[in-house]
Design a binder for this molecule. Sequence first.
Ligand SMILES: C[S@@+](CC[C@H](N)C(=O)[O-])C[C@H]1O[C@@H](n2cnc3c(N)ncnc32)[C@H](O)[C@@H]1O
Length: 242
Amino acid sequence: MNWHVRYTQQANWTQELREYLFQRTGIEKAHRVLEVGCGTGAVLSGIRSQALHGLDLQPASLMEARVHAPAASLTCGDALSLPYADETFDISFCHFLLLWVAEPQRVLHEMKRITAQGGHVLALAEPDYNARVDEPAELAVLGRWQAESLKRQEADPSIGARLAELFYQAGIELVETGAIGSRRNDAPAPAEWELEWAVLEHDLAGFVPVEEVQRLKELDAQARARGVRILHVPTYFAWGRA
Ligand SMILES: C[S@@+](CC[C@H](N)C(=O)[O-])C[C@H]1O[C@@H](n2cnc3c(N)ncnc32)[C@H](O)[C@@H]1O
């Protein structure tokens, strides 16, 4: 699996939202901006700012981020205990991170702490796989399997539904929150569809028989060809002031 390709695909899903929120929070004038859990730099690489910082737990991801986002200062560290002084950043944000951490509220506390008072804290994309919508109905099992697989990986598949509450509990004053929009014509191009399935096959390996996964992949392809396939994972964002 090429994770940078996957993260770039996910970053495309939130591009419009990021443009809106980064413009509203004045990112171009910010002195210091941090992405917590920056991975391979898929999001950082698209930001025009001279003051970019990225932090991740995985040294290998940071090596890739160095290539994709050469202007960013990168740090290896843990979101649960951010290695920065209080009020270091004007904006701190994360993107598809909180579902993967054991204590998301603690991460938000940390993001609030290292953000200047009145500065911005953003959680840009947190899914609720428990509310995934699949049509035709025969494909609904895919959503249940995916949620189960995320739990086995110690992720929280429905964290998106709790995002606003987590901001509140972390003492971050909520400015705006909601679900990220999707449109019917957002149907993936063939290469994107293959990538989506590659991720699913990776996630389901070892707990769903390969033949069953392939049968559903074929059903999915047929439904798409008939124009009756719907796949929607509600994904939430939150913007608050530290
Ligand atoms: C799904 S990836 C998203 C990467 C990037 N934000 C993006 O959207 O392209 C989640 C990232 O969070 C990182 N991560 C998970 N737990 C972390 C923690 N406790 N501290 C820092 N990074 C963490 C992982 O190493 C991974 O790179």
